[in-house]
Design a protein around this ligand. Structure first.
Ligand code: PMP
Length: 403
């Protein structure tokens, strides 16, 4: 029977996430028997720490299996408060905190709560794939602000100033950034704060989901801490997915202006009511328990990063920039464009590069265009060192085979 499905206009404005699409393609090839070195994944390869799992089991057994308050259990909010105090030295009250089914959901609800048709959201490129689509889904206009490699892929005060209009509602800052791994220094945040003080209508969505996966020796600084006078204009978004290898638990949180938090809570009360009570118990244990997991995994990520950067730097035509945080490498592949593959195809853009790497040497990466800049590709090093070194050497073979 023919489907009578008719999509809302809203749906026509957005695309499925390209990283999810890449994951599906890798699964397809693997099930067809191909050996694929998968560098697309945006989640830690580590297992969730055991004390976190035990806390979830204990919660189930204690009957913590019912709806919780919309803004999370008091225990989880206390744990979030402690975590933000530890990482940023900021004290948040209860009314300034909320939780949701992942940082992703919290960001979506924050945009839904604040954007009217035509409102502009500044998104420095390269950006996490979901921001523009989330803005469009909520009838806003994403305004992409190009950053430069020379500035470490970070938006400068001048670029920010030049991009603000009467319609600008938000600036999205993501530090450490996906896909660049760039971390804004306190001085860089302070100069952005100077611009923001002159534009009181603009709020900042500070996506700090990778804040503790930092190779600088300290968590990435937050604008909310650097510019305390702007604190109510900064919505800090974070979660347990990345730092504690808890992507499947779906638990994120936000801290900011109580009026905005209240609006997010209203939307949440009409959508999911609250995130899973069991995940909340697990997240509380992650945030308030021993922090050894982060201390142990960050050096492992750093070792992988160093191996990948060293290997890729030796390949002619590729320019990797060593990231300060997160677990991605954004590789400039301009040197591959215009060259010809052994079967006679000319590589026109990073989509071609990605397909060539997959077909010729079985290495899966994501094309830079998905993140708003070309020609690049993104490598995730949230996978074991063997896979990374084999993949880097296979990429070297693929590049060497070009004419
Ligand atoms: N922000 C960024 C930059 C991300 O890369 C991700 C995950 N890919 C998220 C937010 C969302 O993470 P989660 O919903 O699992 O908390």
């Amino acid at each position: 029977m023919a489907s009578s499905f008719r999509a809302a206009e809203r749906l026509g404005r957005i695309n499925p996430s390209p990283s999810t699409a890449a994951a599906a393609r890798v699964r397809e090839l693997k099930s067809a028997g191909r050996r694929i070195l998968d560098l697309t994944v945006g989640e830690p390869d580590f297992d969730t720490p055991d004390h976190v799992k035990q806390a979830a089991i204990a919660a189930i057994q204690a009957g913590e299996t019912k709806y919780t308050p919309v803004n999370g259990t008091p225990r989880l909010r206390e744990a979030i408060r402690g975590s933000l105090r530890r990482t940023h030295g900021i004290e948040y009250s209860d009314a300034e905190l909320t939780v949701g089914g992942g940082g992703k959901q919290v960001i979506f609800l924050a945009l839904m709560a604040t954007i009217d048709a035509g409102d502009e959201v500044l998104i420095p490129a390269p950006y996490w794939v979901s921001y523009p689509d989330m803005v469009r889904a909520n009838e806003g206009t994403p305004v992409i602000v190009e950053t430069r490699e020379a500035a470490g892929y970070k938006v400068t005060a001048g670029e920010l100033d030049a991009s603000i209009t009467d319609r600008t509602t938000w600036l999205i800052l993501n530090s450490p950034g996906n896909p660049s791994g760039a971390i804004y220094t306190e001085a860089e945040l302070a100069s952005l704060a100077d611009v923001l003080r002159r534009h009181p209508r603009v709020s900042v969505l500070s996506d700090e989901i990778y804040s503790e996966i930092s190779f600088t020796g300290a968590p990435a600084p937050s604008l909310a801490a650097v510019a305390p006078d702007l604190r109510h204009r900064v919505l800090v978004v974070s979660g347990v997915s990345k730092s504690y290898a808890m992507t499947g638990w779906r638990l994120g949180y936000a801290a900011g202006d109580p009026a905005l938090i209240g609006a997010i809570n209203t939307l949440q009360s009409q959508t999911s009511s609250c995130p899973s009570s069991i995940s909340q118990a697990a997240a509380a244990a992650a945030l308030e328990g021993p922090q050894d997991f982060i201390a142990e995994t960050v050096p492992v990520y750093r070792e992988r990063r160093d191996a990948a950067v060293a290997g890729l730097s030796r390949i002619e035509g590729l320019t990797p920039l060593a990231p300060d945080g997160a677990f991605y490498l954004y590789v400039d592949c301009a040197g591959m464009i215009g060259r010809t593959t052994p079967d006679g195809r000319v590589l026109q853009g990073d989509q071609d590069v990605t397909l060539y790497l997959l077909d010729s040497v079985g290495v899966a990466v994501i094309q830079g265009s998905a993140y708003g800049q070309s020609p690049f590709f993104r490598i995730s090093f949230a996978t074991d060192l063997d896979t990374i070194t084999s993949a880097v050497s296979a990429i070297g073979d693929a590049v060497a085979a070009l004419r």
